[in-house]
Design a protein around this ligand. Structure first.
Ligand code: ADE
Ligand code: ZN
Length: 332
């Protein structure tokens, strides 16, 4: 039995495995510029975030109907459950679909069909976080929030993703204020490729409660001190960082130093179909590469539930945390 954990940094579009991409392409009459899954997999060589995003957005062309989004989410939840995920807070990128003529209702209702069955079918509780694409305008983000209003009961919060450098958090001040006024929780990618200043801005200007990645926080001791003091969770994605060349090799990943500094770190998979592993694979990889102790693995699992947006159901959080404390290492 794998260690129970929550996954808090997962782009549902990044769980699109090549086999499903080709199956959906055939069903929807979409032509992909790759002969087969093998040729597609060969394209998974990234030099940075943008080189990945180009392929990530290209493959989304196959996602067209509610059923497509339902199958995508169901496939993720099945894999996640097999790796010990008990709770998942799932990002989606509505602007990338709206731009292709796929409405936000199709996306949310399709995902919801899988999410509504997830506890019963996979034993995984779920929430959705709607992300704004930071390389698009703030007006577009505001229009997207407006379009999401009929579905707000399905969304726990908002996030900020896509190409980071040159698109500082401050660009989205108004839309985050509007989201907060609607009662939505706030997170943002910051410090993946961008500087520590973007993490400060995400905290001070956007009011984020968790920082997605936050990898570059360690460059700024004052920032680390604040993140520790305020117990701001960081959703790290180690295999993603290697594949997108944010760190050269996993052995050099700052996770162990971040834990030692007292940061509330979590480990997540980001876009597992593209980065060579789901969340359990990320746990195993950091344990091997960084020589983490078993009790540090338990800390990572505990942190994931402490950082989850479960304030409306503390009883559930308590049950998950009790599972983590009772977990006996050895069986996998
Ligand atoms: N969208 C999907 N994955 C992402 C990542 N790792 N960083 C920024 N935007 C993303
Ligand atoms: Zn991400």
């Amino acid at each position: 039995m794998p260690l129970p954990k929550a996954e808090l940094h997962l782009h549902i579009e990044g769980t699109l495995e090549p086999e499903l991409a080709f199956a959906l392409a055939a069903r929807n009459g979409v032509e992909l510029p790759y002969a087969d899954t093998e040729e597609l997999r060969k394209a998974y060589q990234f030099s940075d975030l943008q080189s990945f995003l180009d392929l990530y957005y290209e493959l989304m062309a196959v996602l067209r109907t509610e059923q497509d989004f339902e199958e995508l989410a169901d496939a993720y939840l099945e894999r996640a459950a097999a790796q010990g995920v008990r709770h998942a807070e799932i990002f989606f990128d509505p602007q990338a679909h709206i731009a292709r003529g796929v409405g936000i209702g199709t996306v949310i209702q399709g995902l919801a069909r899988a999410l509504d069955r997830s506890e019963e079918r996979h034993g995984v509780s779920t929430q959705l976080i709607m992300c704004f694409l930071r390389d698009q305008s703030s007006e577009s983000a505001m229009e997207t929030l407006e379009a999401a209003k009929p579905y707000l009961n399905r969304i726990v919060g908002v996030g900020l993703d896509s190409a980071e450098v040159g698109h500082p958090p401050v660009k989205f001040r108004e839309v985050y204020e509007a989201a907060a006024a609607l009662g939505l929780r706030r997170v943002a990618h910051a410090g993946e490729e961008g500087p520590p200043a973007y993490i400060w801005e995400a905290l001070d200007v956007l009011g984020v409660e968790r920082v997605d990645h936050g990898l570059r926080a360690m460059e700024d001791p004052e920032l680390v001190e604040r993140l520790v003091r305020e117990r701001v969770p960081l959703t790290l994605c180690p295999l993603s960082n290697v594949r997108l060349r944010a760190v050269d090799v996993l052995e050099q990943h700052p996770l162990a130093r971040m834990l030692a500094a007292g940061l509330l770190c979590t480990v997540n998979s980001d876009d597992p179909a593209y980065f060579g592993g789901y969340v359990g694979d990320n746990f195993h990889a950091v344990r091997d590469a960084l020589g983490l102790e078993l009790e540090q693995m338990r800390t990572l699992a505990r942190n994931s539930f402490e950082a989850a947006f479960l304030e409306h159901d503390e009883e559930r959080r308590g049950r998950y945390l009790a599972e983590v404390e009772a977990y006996e290492f050895g069986a996998g």
